[in-house]
Design a protein around this ligand. Structure first.
Ligand SMILES: Cc1cc2nc3c(=O)[nH]c(=O)nc-3n(C[C@H](O)[C@H](O)[C@H](O)COP(=O)(O)OP(=O)(O)OC[C@H]3O[C@@H](n4cnc5c(N)ncnc54)[C@H](O)[C@@H]3O)c2cc1C
Length: 446
């Protein structure tokens, strides 16, 4: 079981995100509510982008009888509350590290698949008529310190030379003139792949598309136990037992051993926090020369990510606390307000209107895990997108549908993402490993 406060897992605790206030509600009948005693071919556990995309593609492209069960309302997890950066790659490894660890061919296959993932989000929006509120042509990776500009040069060379991505360096002056200025802006790398979107609109749009295609979606259906007998999986919920021939585990940072044995103990849920300001005035925008809709992330290991939303509300995100306790949420909010004012002094006085947090999910190898269990080939999984799942998760959900539908093979999964997460020695110590890693990164960032 996880070390975080139980409130983090309680769908009755309000998330408090800006997205909930902005997004149109799900249409009637899409969420069928608690699942009863039902039978299906494929049961999906988890109603975020991974599960919803898998449900959509199974029903639409393979005509497979699928039911999805989600503990909270649909998209209650990370998918309904993230920063909306539709970017890549979903990994804690940089392009050079990927090549060093997996070889050039597999690193290229991985990056190409994740550029495709960003295109998939656009295609889903177009084909399924989802109003994502897209913003920005590409993203900015911003040097937070003068010394980090050289690192961006190296990244540019690799992206241009090895991966064929025309990323472009911008000097401090160029960024200050055409994008924005800040105390932690020392030039940036413009990556043309990626954009910003409204994450809950995307998730609800996927849910509506999956339901139209015939998938049956059940919110308020936490699975307490998964057992197998006679070739059937039995998923126990409070309202009944769902029987299925095959199961997809799409529970990401909320994974538990009783539903995902062999997976959960090797995952590291990490908290990320977001604040959103009230709408900024024209004078306030001018104070930081803010002119861009491009989503930005800086070069800190414990990065800040930020973007201007439609209506000139500013979204600012950072790593979260290590406990999930309500009092630590309040502390993080104060920390974020202070750092927002330090990085953007012109907005020091600006009130925060919304603040919330949630789990991103990591593995020891710092890449996602997609595949089928070795000890039971009827169980599939895709999780751990390292804080970059807006495109990677729907792409992985589609890939699982293709695996189940017989249109893809395990070998189609690029090596960095293939198979179960590697074992973590003494998983009970994960919280302490995380503490150590955060302390180390904090020092490096200084
Ligand atoms: C604050 C924050 C900011 C982020 N910002 C970005 C960003 O800007 N860009 C980006 O690319 N990524 C971002 N991410 C990460 C991204 O949101 C995730 O990688 C992605 O949403 C993962 O989708 P998923 O469907 O795999 O998991 P989730 O959306 O987390 O869904 C898993 C679901 O499984 C359900 N579940 C778990 N156990 C059970 C059970 N036993 N029974 C039934 N249901 C269960 C949970 O309730 C949950 O809804 C962010 C995440 C957070 C938390």
């Amino acid at each position: 079981m996880s070390w975080y406060h139980p409130g983090m897992y309680d769908a009755g605790v309000p998330v408090g995100s800006f997205w909930e206030e902005e997004a149109p509600p799900l249409g009637p009948g899409i969420d069928r509510g608690p699942v009863g005693n039902e039978t299906c071919d494929v049961a999906i556990v988890g109603g975020g982008y991974t599960g919803l995309s898998c449900a959509l593609h199974l029903a639409r492209d393979f005509n497979i009888d699928v039911r999805l069960v989600e503990a909270g309302p649909l998209a209650w997890g990370a998918s309904g509350r993230n920063g909306g950066f539709c970017t890549y790659p979903p990994s804690g490894l940089g392009p050079g590290e990927l090549i060093a660890r997996y070889g050039e061919a597999e690193a290229k296959r991985f990056i190409a698949s994740q550029v495709e993932a960003v295109d998939l989000v656009r295609a889903l929006a177009r084909d399924e008529n989802i109003d994502l509120q897209p913003q920005g042509d590409g993203t900015l990776h911003v040097a937070h310190h003068p010394a980090m500009f050289a690192a961006l040069e190296g990244e540019r060379d690799l992206l241009n030379g090895k991966f064929g991505i025309p990323a472009r360096l911008m000097t401090r002056e160029e960024v200050a003139e055409s994008e924005y200025d800040s105390t932690e802006q020392f030039g940036a790398l413009h990556n043309p792949v990626g954009f910003g979107l409204q994450p809950l609109r995307f998730a609800r749009g996927l849910a509506a598309a999956a339901a139209r295609a015939g998938a049956k979606l059940h919110g308020s259906s936490p699975v307490a136990l998964r057992e197998k007998s006679g070739g059937w999986h039995h998923l126990t919920t409070s309202a009944g037992t769902l029987r299925a021939r095959r199961v997809v585990v799409a529970t990401n940072g909320f994974s538990r051993d009783d539903v995902a044995p062999g997976l959960a103990r090797n995952l590291v849920p990490v908290m990320s926090n977001i604040v959103v300001t009230r709408p900024l005035t024209a004078a306030e925008l001018a104070a930081q020369n803010w002119r861009t809709e491009r989503p930005c992330a800086n070069t800190r290991r414990l990065l800040f990510y930020y973007r201007m939303l439609p209506g000139n509300r500013f979204l600012f995100g950072a790593r979260g606390d290590l406990t999930g306790r309500p009092e630590d949420a309040a502390k993080m909010r104060r920390f974020m307000q202070r750092r927002l004012g330090e990085v953007f002094p012109g907005w020091r006085h600006v009130d925060i209107a919304h603040s919330w947090r949630g789990f991103v999910c990591m593995t020891a190898r710092l890449t996602p895990s997609i595949g089928r269990m070795d000890d039971d080939e009827s169980v599939y999984f895709a999780l751990a997108y390292h804080g970059d799942g807006v495109s990677a998760a729907p792409w992985s959900g589609r890939l699982l549908a293709q695996l189940i539908g017989g249109k893809a093979e395990l070998a189609d999964i690029p090596a960095p993402m293939r198979g179960r997460p590697p074992s973590i020695p003494f998983p009970a110590l994960r919280r302490w490993y995380l503490r150590g890693a955060l302390g180390y990164y904090r020092l490096r960032d200084k």
